[in-house]
Ligand binder design. Structure first.
Ligand SMILES: [Fe+2]
Length: 326
């Protein structure tokens, strides 16, 4: 039976309602009011101070064991994502605690993970049968789909920053995960057999950074920045030194980054507030967010972004404001 004609009905609204029911939508309506000239990530600049997070982590340690939690991690939830487990548009970040004698059981997944060790020297990560000690400043990589477990054989809490490409792998609908039949996988290889090395020791990254600082002038926006070997196909990792008195020029880049302060203190100014940070704090600068770093007494920063993937896709962009405002 034909629908009775309603003279008051807006023919365009009626059209949209009708096609909506047919799983169709009008592009010119969906785009209305959107600024499509630049990325519009909901991610916001944010900082998590280690001195605030650590007591919460210890509370978690009293509530649940690492084995029962599977991974006892406090997720760094960027306030722009309304409680979702993401630090940037494409990266997940969390602070993990493994207490003395504890085990984080063996599993594997399609995400790549980077651990940056913040506290404690007694933990070991095993990746595909090879174990490595985790010491402060080390960057330990678990490549996608490699078996990995963590254990703490020392006498002090082991705490590290986990950064994974989870939101990205989620967006591709390629999340796979498997639990090992044993809590700890058997050790079958020496650490040195792993190529490329899955633990980038703090000392070797610092050597590379120091060499850069000796041989080159500091970049006006970045200070000295050493790019570590890419930890996988999606992410890039950096160790960066801001020299004493650094008053950085503004910059923005399409890769949003998660930073961990290795030493020193400073601030990062953005159009959305100033992040003040000190050693062991974690902060986020979203993609395409204009910002500049300041460090009166110098600082060393570790950071991770999805630059490796953006480069592969030919999408990466950067804008700098060197030599004054414009
Ligand atoms: Fe994992």
């Amino acid at each position: 039976m034909p629908r009775p004609m309603q003279r008051s009905e807006d023919p365009e609204a009626a059209f949209h309602a009708r096609i909506g029911a047919e799983n169709l939508g009008a592009l010119w309506v969906g785009r209305r009011g959107l600024d499509l000239t630049r990325p519009g990530t909901p991610a916001r600049p944010a900082v998590w101070r280690f001195d605030d997070v650590r007591p919460r982590l210890m509370e978690a340690g009293a509530l649940v064991s690492a084995e029962n939690a599977f991974r006892r991690v406090l997720v760094l939830q960027n306030p722009g994502f309304g409680g979702a487990m993401r630090a940037t548009q494409t990266l997940y970040a969390g602070i993990q605690l493994v207490l003395p004698g504890e085990i984080a059981p063996c599993h594997r997944h399609s995400q790549t993970a980077i651990r940056f060790v913040i506290e404690g020297s007694g933990a070991l990560t095993t990746v595909d049968g090879a174990a490595t000690a985790m010491r402060p400043g080390d960057m330990v990589v678990t490549p996608q789909w490699t078996w990995h477990d963590h254990r703490n054989e020392g006498g002090e809490p082991a705490i590290w920053l986990d950064i994974l490409d989870t939101p990205l792998i989620d967006a591709l609908d390629t999340v796979f995960r498997e639990t090992h039949r044993e809590t700890l996988q058997p050790l079958t290889r020496a650490e040195g057999d792993m190529r490329p090395a899955f633990n980038r020791r703090a000392a070797s990254a610092r050597d590379a950074l120091d060499r850069l600082a000796r041989e080159t002038r500091p970049d006006p926006c970045l200070g000295w920045r050493h790019r570590c070997d890419d930890p996988g196909p999606t992410m890039a990792a950096f160790l960066q030194r801001l020299p004493r008195g650094f008053d950085g020029a503004p910059r923005r880049a399409s890769d949003g980054a998660v930073y961990c302060v290795v030493e020193g203190a400073g601030a990062t100014e953005t159009g959305d507030g100033t992040l003040e940070w000190a050693a062991r704090d974690v902060f986020v600068v979203p993609g395409w967010c204009r910002h500049r770093h300041l460090a009166d007494n110098g600082a060393v920063l570790f950071s991770v972004s999805d630059l490796a993937l953006q480069e592969r896709l030919g999408l990466w962009r950067e804008q700098r404001w060197e030599g004054g405002e414009s």
